[in-house]
Write a protein that binds this ligand. Structure first.
Ligand code: PGA
Length: 257
């Protein structure tokens, strides 16, 4: 972490906790959030729970995000959700280009750039996800792949008037229990910071670069201690408020030190 940037700990619930269970989880997150005043805590419920979760979190510091957004503001797109709808439900952030969207729903770099712009048009702060597959890593193509994914969103990020984040999530580390070592994560985060700086040094200083992929209470501190790791995008462990709280507390103690 770096004192210039406030840590951001985001819990991506994926296709879980979409009803009352989501509201209960949000209540538990709200409880620990007051003990981590130097950390931004963000929850990312499925669409069905966003409004109820946002209502539960009203008046607290916990932020709410959507997991995806359509590129168009409205129209005949059955089953899709626009940025305006996310705002109406109380979300102020949104994840774009998560690897599960790229992999299972064939989202391309171009789609991700369109979604990012749509998010900003609706006053949503985006978390743009990037990351290589195991095959790409083993072929030595990690930086090439991530650079291409970052390049696709660079112009949109540079034009943003709102806070933005990039999440580096190696696909092979998501939900697998295998996480990148702090040094491996830092190498990619530093490269991302460099590409942002080549575009605009202010952008590079502002944008928080999160690490994601099997982040748990016991490995968070090591990852967050790296100078270019500004937070975490947590999947599985975020379904347990105790675990997300422990990760946020690791960020809080690093931010205070
Ligand atoms: P995981 O998911 O923590 O379960 O690996 C991270 C993510 O997909 O954002």
């Amino acid at each position: 972490m770096n004192a210039k940037r406030r840590p951001l700990i985001a819990g991506n619930w994926k296709m879980h906790a979409g009803g009352l269970d989501g509201v209960r989880l949000a209540m538990a997150v709200r409880e620990f959030a007051s003990s981590v005043p130097h950390v931004d805590v963000l929850v990312v419920p499925p669409y069905t729970a966003i409004a109820a979760v946002a209502a539960e979190l009203e008046g607290s510091s916990v932020l709410v995000a959507g997991q995806n957004v359509h590129g168009k503001p409205h129209g005949a797109f059955t089953g899709e959700i626009s940025g305006g709808m996310l705002r109406d439900c109380g979300a102020t952030w949104v994840i774009v280009g998560h690897s599960e969207r790229r992999q299972h729903f064939r989202e391309t770099d171009a789609d991700v750039a369109i979604k990012l712009a749509a998010a900003l048009d609706h006053d949503l702060s985006p978390i743009a996800c990037v990351g290589e597959t195991l095959e790409q890593r083993e072929a030595g193509k990690t930086l090439e792949v991530v650079e291409r994914q970052v390049a696709a969103v660079l112009d949109v990020l540079a034009s943003a008037k709102r806070a933005c984040a990039v999440a580096y999530e190696p696909v092979w580390a998501i939900g697998t229990g295998k996480n990148a070592s702090p040094a491996d994560a830092e190498a990619v985060h530093a490269a991302i910071r460099g590409w942002l700086a080549a575009k605009d040094t202010g952008l590079a200083e502002r944008v928080r670069i999160l690490y994601g992929g099997s982040v748990k209470a016991d490995n968070a501190a090591g990852l967050l201690a790296e100078p270019n790791v500004d937070g975490a995008l947590v999947g599985g462990a975020s379904l347990d408020a105790g675990s997300l709280g422990a990760i946020a507390k690791a960020a809080e103690s690093l931010a205070r030190s």
